[in-house]
Ligand binder design. Structure first.
Ligand code: NAD
Ligand code: DAU
Length: 350
């Protein structure tokens, strides 16, 4: 199988490229603009592999994308390129509109042009998988789960831009017949995640004995999905999903933010006993809440489990411990990011 992965130098995209090339033996062309969130070092494991190629390009550059598709002739496009951090979308929504909405539109148009030029059998088998988020569904109360029929109620500039892109993808199927699939997943965690996100930020701060900033009362709930479980789901969806349908992906691992923080500190203590860390209460700092902070996300992944046979392999405690161990052992990956790109400062206070 020949696939274009967009955003393959980011956190999930790089895990997907590594998985498709090494575990599945697919031919992968990674298209990435290389924004601040990209890191080619996350792809070192497949650099030089015969099944892997990289092209630097902006998905909003429709002509360039069209030329790349024409030359590579993919069987599928797996679209992950996006601005992905909610706090940055609060500080500056412009890039989110440009990439997540306009960029997705240009990519869809290039994909449609390419798809129309394919021979009938290849046209029949072609797939465009759009990777989206559970945040398009808004916020849950104490009960209930998001499923594929949940109403769209995005609350942040980020989630509104992802919701818009979902609607465009859906429209390109209904209007033009492009064979699309959409996946909406919950919060990912695992190795190679940029330290602006909650779990890696908490790990690196705990390791350094710095304060761990918890937004609001820390009772917001996220449903954590290990990135390895996510990429396995994406492979199943692109190969066996029903054209035109949506699949929700979630690990059935709900946790309050404050409980994650205690778990992270405990794993750091356990895995590096030579560190002397202050007590949890001295490390944790409750800070001003995120504006419009969604209270709870939780995914019902029954459709994916029953129809495509997917099952999450990681429970949160094991996944978190492995992730803490990975950051403890990969200072050479994260230290240059802290030196050059992001120093852990608070974002998104508006
Ligand atoms: P990320 O921020 O780590 O990586 C995004 C990648 O996209 C980067 O490599 C960046 O350079 C690239 N990119 C950005 N703008 C681009 C453009 N205009 N053209 C080409 N490349 C561009 O993001 P991530 O966490 O890996 O998320 C990947 C996808 O999954 C996103 O679409 C995101 O909305 C979605 N998602 C993420 C999560 C999560 O928890 N991280 C959960 C649900 C959905
Ligand atoms: O649900 C899927 C979404 O998960 C993805 O679509 C997004 O791309 C991804 O970034 C993530 O969004 P969140 O806003 O949920 O993730 P973030 O890591 O920014 O925050 C997770 C929770 O932790 C959230 O409730 C805010 C809180 N938080 C975050 C940071 C960075 C803190 O309490 N302190 C922090 O310093």
């Amino acid at each position: 199988m020949r696939v274009v992965v967009t955003g393959g130098a980011g956190f999930i995209g790089s895990a997907l490229c590594r998985y498709l090339v090494t575990e599945c033996g697919w031919q992968v062309l990674n298209i990435d603009k290389l924004t601040y969130a990209a890191d080619q070092r996350s792809l070192a494991a497949i650099e030089g592999a015969p099944g892997y190629r990289f092209m630097q390009a902006d998905i909003a550059d429709g002509d360039k994308i069209a030329r790349i598709l024409d030359e590579f002739k993919p069987d599928a496009i797996m679209h992950l390129a996006a601005e992905s951090h909610v706090d940055r979308s609060i500080d500056g929504p412009g890039d989110f509109i440009e990439t997540n909405i306009v960029g997705t539109y240009r990519l869809l148009d290039a994909a449609l042009y390419y798809w129309r030029g394919l021979a009938p059998d290849r046209q029949q088998n072609f797939r465009f998988l759009h990777v989206s988020t559970d945040e398009v569904y808004g916020s849950l109360g104490a009960q209930g789960l998001f499923d594929e029929n949940s109403r769209y109620q995005p609350n942040s500039p980020y989630s509104a831009s992802k919701a818009s892109s979902d609607h465009l993808v859906r429209a390109w199927h209904h209007t033009y017949g492009l064979p699309v699939l959409i996946s909406n997943c919950s919060n990912n965690y695992g190795p190679f995640q940029f330290p602006e996100k909650f779990i890696p930020l908490m790990i690196l701060n705990a390791m350094a004995g710095r304060k761990l900033p918890v937004y609001g009362d820390g009772h917001n709930i996220r449903d954590w999905l290990h990135v390895n479980d996510h990429v396995a789901a994406l492979r199943l969806i692109v190969q066996h999903g029903q054209v035109g349908e949506t699949y929700n992906v979630g690990g059935r691992n709900e946790a309050r933010n404050i409980d994650i923080v205690h778990q992270v500190i405990s794993h750091v203590r356990d895995l590096s006993p030579h560190r002397t860390l202050p007590k949890d209460d001295a490390l944790i700092e409750f800070v001003q809440d995120r504006p419009g902070h969604d209270r709870r996300y939780a995914i019902d992944a029954t459709k994916l489990e029953n129809r495509l046979g997917w099952q999450a392999q990681y429970d949160l405690d094991r996944g978190l411990r492995d992730t803490v161990a990975w950051y403890l052992n990969h200072e050479q990956w994260w230290q240059p990011i802290l030196d050059r790109k992001y120093q852990g400062q608070r974002l998104g206070v508006a």
